[in-house]
Write a protein that binds this ligand. Structure first.
Ligand code: FAD
Length: 394
């Protein structure tokens, strides 16, 4: 095809090679309803890059992935989380959450992504970034950096938190800078129970501890730190987090250390700025946002990708209904229906995680005592169900 010509007419084009984009394509293909040579994927990701961060996946979402896209991961590659413990400064004891089955699993992102499988044979894949877009009554057009011009009835954009397509299409959103930075990496801890995930709320620092199912006792940490502390201290991240955790868990006899693994990828730490992005209406003519492009939240409850999993399944539900009645995939009514299905859950998770962030980050001694008193009461009441609901999925 010459670069100045448009591609064939695609039914659906997916933008983004992250977890949400790849899963969207897998769900579309695995449901067996859509014409595969009318699907297009813009994936500029380097297949050799290993994202060794981990994801907590809710029990219900994990079951859906197994059933609907035949996700088949070795049990050695994930840990099953039976208990979640929420710890707070000066606590009497942590809030312990248990669920009927289990809460979900913890898996490395690279292993998860590698196991999201589908046949790529019939799909047209383009490896160049989208730099511009326009639309008419029947199609959305995407212009790629290498000169390719794509024509599609619907574009599903999973282009991440910074979402260039959200900007290009002038889709409005609220952006709230939390003035925290996320630092993530690995630690070792010998007697850490690998069926328990922990979230620890310390002053200016929140730490999520997510155990791997691994004989080296590796624990992934997701540490959210106030930028004031980060800016004023030139800190060694491993040293600082080990110091905080060993002090906090002295009473529990848990001792954390740097990873001894020879593998460099477990020794690295990564940092991310964290802005909450709330997109009330995540669509425009013939384009809809999913994944982090549609909702970026604080990772303290491990729900960002869980929302994306739900996005993919709900999107396919709407597209299948359209296919049955021969409706155009890009109509505004379809995009509105999808948004109506998604908005309650998306709003709830965004609000809940942001509220938890503010309650724990703005606390003084008095507020902290109230929180600890509340946690003791929650332990005895059905309010605990709210936290379970947050972790469970829907
Ligand atoms: C430290 C940390 C821990 C987390 N832990 C959890 C957890 O335990 N559980 C959970 O559910 N969630 C978790 N999350 C959130 C989760 O990782 C994200 O929600 C998820 O990875 C987002 O996936 P995505 O595909 O939407 O975006 P991304 O992974 O950002 O992918 C965006 C894609 O779009 C592509 N792209 C961008 N611009 C263009 C363009 N112009 N043209 C073409 N392609 C483009 C990029 O190349 C990339 O492939 C965590 C997040 C962080 C930071």
């Amino acid at each position: 095809m010459r670069k100045n010509e448009y591609t064939k007419n695609y039914d659906i084009t997916i933008v983004g090679g992250g977890l949400a984009g790849k899963l969207m394509l897998a769900v579309l293909i695995n449901c067996g309803v859509f014409d595969q040579d009318k699907l297009c994927w813009i994936n500029t990701d380097n297949e050799n890059f290993k994202d060794v961060r981990v994801s907590f996946i809710n029990y219900k979402n994990f079951i859906k992935l197994k059933k609907r896209i035949q996700l088949d991961v070795y049990s050695k590659d994930y840990s099953v989380i039976e208990k979640i413990e929420l710890h707070n400064t000066n606590e009497k004891y942590p809030l312990k959450l248990k669920d009927l089955n289990n809460h979900g699993i913890i898996i490395r992102n690279d292993i998860l992504k590698q196991n999201i499988k589908f046949s790529e044979k019939k799909i047209d894949i383009y490896r160049s970034k989208v730099i511009s877009t326009k639309c008419d009554e029947f199609n959305r057009y995407l212009f790629l950096k290498d000169g390719t011009k794509i024509k599609s009835a619907l574009v599903i954009s999973a282009d991440g938190s910074l979402s260039p397509l959200r900007e290009l299409c002038k889709i409005k959103y609220l952006n709230n800078n939390l003035n925290h930075t996320i630092i993530t990496g690995y630690l070792e801890c010998k007697n850490f129970n690998n069926s328990t995930a922990k979230q620890i709320f310390l002053k200016d620092n929140f730490i999520g501890l997510l155990p791997l199912n691994d004989e080296k006792n590796l624990i992934n940490f997701v540490w959210s730190i106030d930028n004031k502390i980060l800016d004023t201290n030139k800190i060694n991240f491993h040293e600082k987090i080990i110091q905080m955790l060993n002090k906090f868990f002295l009473k529990n006899n848990l001792i954390f250390d740097s990873p001894k693994s020879k593998d460099d990828k477990f020794k690295r730490v990564q940092t991310y700025p964290i802005n909450v992005k709330f997109v009330n209406i995540p669509f425009k003519e013939r384009i809809i946002l999913i994944g982090d492009a549609a909702h970026t939240i604080h990772p303290l409850a491990g729900q960002g990708f869980n929302l994306s999993i739900e996005d993919c399944f709900d999107m396919v539900k709407c597209l299948k209904n359209a296919k049955i009645i021969g409706k155009d995939f890009g109509t505004l009514s379809l995009l509105k229906t999808y948004n109506n299905i998604r908005k309650t859950r998306k709003n709830f998770i965004t609000l809940a995680t942001t509220l938890i962030f503010y309650v724990f980050s703005k606390k003084n001694n008095q507020l902290n005592n109230i929180i600890n008193y509340g946690i003791e009461k929650i332990e005895k009441t059905s309010l605990k169900e709210i936290f379970k609901f947050l972790a469970k999925g829907y």
